[in-house]
Design a protein around this ligand. Structure first.
Ligand code: GDP
Length: 200
Protein backbone atom coordinates (compact mmCIF):
# COMPACT_ATOMS: atom_id res chain seq x y z
CA UNK A 1 0.00 0.00 0.00
CA UNK A 2 2.91 2.26 0.77
CA UNK A 3 3.75 2.83 -2.89
CA UNK A 4 0.23 3.30 -4.11
CA UNK A 5 -1.23 6.59 -5.26
CA UNK A 6 -4.89 7.35 -4.79
CA UNK A 7 -6.60 9.56 -7.29
CA UNK A 8 -10.18 10.80 -7.33
CA UNK A 9 -11.80 9.62 -10.55
CA UNK A 10 -15.35 10.95 -10.48
CA UNK A 11 -18.77 10.89 -8.92
CA UNK A 12 -21.28 8.55 -10.51
CA UNK A 13 -25.05 8.84 -10.47
CA UNK A 14 -25.90 5.89 -12.69
CA UNK A 15 -24.47 2.58 -13.87
CA UNK A 16 -23.38 4.04 -17.23
CA UNK A 17 -20.79 6.08 -15.37
CA UNK A 18 -18.97 3.11 -13.86
CA UNK A 19 -19.90 0.14 -16.07
CA UNK A 20 -16.64 0.31 -18.02
CA UNK A 21 -14.42 0.17 -14.91
CA UNK A 22 -13.13 -3.39 -14.77
CA UNK A 23 -10.52 -3.28 -12.01
CA UNK A 24 -11.14 -5.19 -8.77
CA UNK A 25 -13.29 -2.95 -6.62
CA UNK A 26 -14.01 -2.38 -2.95
CA UNK A 27 -16.62 -0.08 -1.41
CA UNK A 28 -17.03 1.75 1.89
CA UNK A 29 -20.58 2.04 3.18
CA UNK A 30 -22.24 3.15 6.38
CA UNK A 31 -24.58 5.61 8.04
CA UNK A 32 -23.91 9.33 7.86
CA UNK A 33 -21.39 10.50 10.45
CA UNK A 34 -20.04 6.98 11.03
CA UNK A 35 -16.55 8.32 10.25
CA UNK A 36 -16.42 7.11 6.63
CA UNK A 37 -14.62 10.11 5.10
CA UNK A 38 -12.06 10.12 7.88
CA UNK A 39 -11.44 6.39 7.48
CA UNK A 40 -11.14 6.51 3.69
CA UNK A 41 -8.76 9.45 4.05
CA UNK A 42 -6.59 7.47 6.47
CA UNK A 43 -6.70 4.29 4.38
CA UNK A 44 -5.84 6.08 1.14
CA UNK A 45 -3.44 8.29 3.12
CA UNK A 46 -4.88 11.38 1.54
CA UNK A 47 -7.48 13.29 3.53
CA UNK A 48 -7.76 16.12 0.99
CA UNK A 49 -8.80 13.65 -1.66
CA UNK A 50 -11.97 12.65 0.13
CA UNK A 51 -12.78 16.21 1.18
CA UNK A 52 -12.69 17.28 -2.46
CA UNK A 53 -15.38 14.78 -3.25
CA UNK A 54 -17.37 15.88 -0.20
CA UNK A 55 -18.35 19.20 -1.73
CA UNK A 56 -22.05 19.96 -1.32
CA UNK A 57 -24.03 17.92 -3.78
CA UNK A 58 -21.40 15.23 -4.05
CA UNK A 59 -22.27 13.30 -0.93
CA UNK A 60 -25.27 11.63 -2.49
CA UNK A 61 -23.18 10.12 -5.29
CA UNK A 62 -20.91 7.12 -5.59
CA UNK A 63 -17.41 8.57 -5.51
CA UNK A 64 -14.82 6.52 -7.38
CA UNK A 65 -11.11 6.54 -6.59
CA UNK A 66 -8.34 4.67 -8.34
CA UNK A 67 -5.40 3.18 -6.47
CA UNK A 68 -2.40 2.69 -8.71
CA UNK A 69 1.27 1.97 -8.34
CA UNK A 70 4.23 1.74 -10.67
CA UNK A 71 5.38 -1.45 -8.92
CA UNK A 72 1.94 -3.09 -9.25
CA UNK A 73 0.39 -2.36 -12.64
CA UNK A 74 -3.08 -3.57 -11.60
CA UNK A 75 -5.25 -0.75 -10.31
CA UNK A 76 -7.92 -1.07 -7.65
CA UNK A 77 -11.15 0.94 -7.63
CA UNK A 78 -12.23 2.28 -4.26
CA UNK A 79 -15.78 3.54 -3.92
CA UNK A 80 -17.22 5.88 -1.32
CA UNK A 81 -20.91 5.04 -1.06
CA UNK A 82 -23.25 7.83 0.05
CA UNK A 83 -24.14 7.70 3.74
CA UNK A 84 -27.69 6.55 4.30
CA UNK A 85 -29.88 9.54 4.85
CA UNK A 86 -28.51 11.86 2.20
CA UNK A 87 -31.32 10.90 -0.13
CA UNK A 88 -34.81 9.75 0.56
CA UNK A 89 -34.80 6.08 1.49
CA UNK A 90 -36.41 4.99 -1.80
CA UNK A 91 -34.11 7.04 -3.94
CA UNK A 92 -31.05 5.82 -2.03
CA UNK A 93 -32.33 2.25 -2.30
CA UNK A 94 -32.75 2.28 -6.09
CA UNK A 95 -29.35 3.82 -6.56
CA UNK A 96 -27.62 1.27 -4.35
CA UNK A 97 -29.58 -1.71 -5.67
CA UNK A 98 -28.49 -0.79 -9.17
CA UNK A 99 -24.89 -0.66 -7.98
CA UNK A 100 -24.87 -3.84 -5.86
CA UNK A 101 -26.75 -5.91 -8.40
CA UNK A 102 -24.53 -5.04 -11.37
CA UNK A 103 -20.96 -4.80 -10.02
CA UNK A 104 -19.33 -8.11 -10.85
CA UNK A 105 -15.91 -6.65 -10.02
CA UNK A 106 -16.96 -5.79 -6.47
CA UNK A 107 -14.85 -7.87 -4.08
CA UNK A 108 -15.93 -6.48 -0.69
CA UNK A 109 -18.10 -3.89 0.90
CA UNK A 110 -16.58 -2.53 4.09
CA UNK A 111 -19.66 -1.76 6.18
CA UNK A 112 -18.78 0.76 8.87
CA UNK A 113 -20.52 0.72 12.24
CA UNK A 114 -19.73 3.32 14.89
CA UNK A 115 -18.35 1.41 17.85
CA UNK A 116 -20.01 3.64 20.43
CA UNK A 117 -23.43 3.09 18.84
CA UNK A 118 -22.72 -0.58 19.50
CA UNK A 119 -25.46 -2.12 17.39
CA UNK A 120 -26.88 -2.31 13.89
CA UNK A 121 -29.47 0.30 13.01
CA UNK A 122 -32.38 -0.41 10.67
CA UNK A 123 -30.54 1.17 7.73
CA UNK A 124 -27.55 -1.16 8.34
CA UNK A 125 -29.96 -4.10 8.38
CA UNK A 126 -31.58 -3.01 5.10
CA UNK A 127 -28.14 -2.73 3.55
CA UNK A 128 -27.16 -6.22 4.75
CA UNK A 129 -30.38 -7.64 3.30
CA UNK A 130 -29.45 -6.16 -0.06
CA UNK A 131 -25.89 -7.49 0.14
CA UNK A 132 -27.18 -10.97 0.97
CA UNK A 133 -29.71 -10.84 -1.87
CA UNK A 134 -27.05 -9.90 -4.41
CA UNK A 135 -24.25 -12.05 -2.96
CA UNK A 136 -21.91 -9.19 -2.11
CA UNK A 137 -19.34 -10.09 0.59
CA UNK A 138 -19.38 -7.72 3.56
CA UNK A 139 -16.55 -6.89 5.94
CA UNK A 140 -17.76 -5.27 9.15
CA UNK A 141 -15.60 -2.43 10.48
CA UNK A 142 -16.09 -0.79 13.88
CA UNK A 143 -15.08 2.88 13.68
CA UNK A 144 -13.89 5.46 16.23
CA UNK A 145 -12.58 2.69 18.48
CA UNK A 146 -10.48 5.24 20.39
CA UNK A 147 -13.70 6.14 22.21
CA UNK A 148 -14.09 2.71 23.83
CA UNK A 149 -12.18 0.25 25.99
CA UNK A 150 -10.94 -3.02 24.54
CA UNK A 151 -13.32 -5.14 26.62
CA UNK A 152 -16.38 -3.18 25.46
CA UNK A 153 -15.13 -3.40 21.88
CA UNK A 154 -14.86 -7.18 22.01
CA UNK A 155 -18.35 -7.48 23.43
CA UNK A 156 -19.78 -5.14 20.78
CA UNK A 157 -17.92 -6.93 17.95
CA UNK A 158 -19.38 -10.27 18.96
CA UNK A 159 -22.90 -8.89 19.21
CA UNK A 160 -22.67 -7.02 15.89
CA UNK A 161 -21.29 -10.03 13.99
CA UNK A 162 -23.96 -12.30 15.44
CA UNK A 163 -26.73 -9.90 14.43
CA UNK A 164 -25.25 -9.25 10.98
CA UNK A 165 -24.78 -12.98 10.32
CA UNK A 166 -28.46 -13.56 10.94
CA UNK A 167 -29.32 -11.12 8.15
CA UNK A 168 -26.46 -11.96 5.82
CA UNK A 169 -25.42 -15.53 6.64
CA UNK A 170 -23.58 -16.17 3.37
CA UNK A 171 -21.98 -12.75 2.83
CA UNK A 172 -20.92 -11.41 6.25
CA UNK A 173 -17.30 -12.24 7.11
CA UNK A 174 -16.90 -13.83 10.52
CA UNK A 175 -14.55 -11.24 12.00
CA UNK A 176 -14.61 -7.48 12.58
CA UNK A 177 -11.87 -4.94 11.92
CA UNK A 178 -11.48 -2.30 14.64
CA UNK A 179 -10.47 1.11 13.35
CA UNK A 180 -9.73 4.61 14.52
CA UNK A 181 -8.96 7.32 11.99
CA UNK A 182 -7.82 9.39 14.96
CA UNK A 183 -5.17 7.04 16.39
CA UNK A 184 -4.69 5.18 13.05
CA UNK A 185 -5.34 1.93 14.87
CA UNK A 186 -6.54 -0.74 12.43
CA UNK A 187 -5.86 1.28 9.29
CA UNK A 188 -3.17 -1.17 8.16
CA UNK A 189 -5.60 -4.05 8.70
CA UNK A 190 -8.08 -2.40 6.28
CA UNK A 191 -5.31 -1.74 3.73
CA UNK A 192 -4.10 -5.34 3.93
CA UNK A 193 -7.63 -6.66 3.55
CA UNK A 194 -8.15 -4.53 0.43
CA UNK A 195 -5.00 -5.92 -1.18
CA UNK A 196 -5.88 -9.46 -0.13
CA UNK A 197 -9.42 -9.48 -1.54
CA UNK A 198 -8.24 -7.78 -4.73
CA UNK A 199 -5.43 -10.35 -5.15
CA UNK A 200 -2.73 -7.75 -5.68
P1 GDP B 1 -18.86 10.56 7.59
O1 GDP B 1 -20.07 11.43 7.63
O2 GDP B 1 -19.22 9.14 7.83
O3 GDP B 1 -18.01 10.75 6.38
O4 GDP B 1 -17.99 10.93 8.89
P2 GDP B 1 -16.72 11.87 9.09
O5 GDP B 1 -15.47 11.19 8.69
O6 GDP B 1 -16.99 13.20 8.48
O7 GDP B 1 -16.70 11.96 10.69
C1 GDP B 1 -17.82 12.35 11.44
C2 GDP B 1 -17.36 12.90 12.77
O8 GDP B 1 -16.70 11.88 13.53
C3 GDP B 1 -16.34 14.04 12.65
O9 GDP B 1 -16.61 14.97 13.67
C4 GDP B 1 -15.00 13.36 12.87
O10 GDP B 1 -14.03 14.23 13.42
C5 GDP B 1 -15.36 12.27 13.85
N1 GDP B 1 -14.47 11.08 13.70
C6 GDP B 1 -14.21 10.43 12.55
N2 GDP B 1 -13.37 9.39 12.77
C7 GDP B 1 -13.08 9.40 14.10
C8 GDP B 1 -12.26 8.56 14.95
O11 GDP B 1 -11.61 7.60 14.53
N3 GDP B 1 -12.25 8.87 16.29
C9 GDP B 1 -12.95 9.90 16.80
N4 GDP B 1 -12.87 10.11 18.13
N5 GDP B 1 -13.73 10.72 16.03
C10 GDP B 1 -13.79 10.48 14.70
Amino acid sequence: FQQRDAKFLYSATKAEHYRHLSEPEITFAGRSNVGKSSLIGAVLRSAGLVKTSKKPGHTSLLNFFSLTSSAHPAAISVVDMPGYGFRSRDEWGQFIIEYLSTRKVLRRVFLLIESKVGELKSTDCSFLELAEKHGVPVQLVLTKTDKLKRTSLDKISNAVVREAKEIGPTVVQPYVIHCSAKTKDGITAVQEEILRVCNV
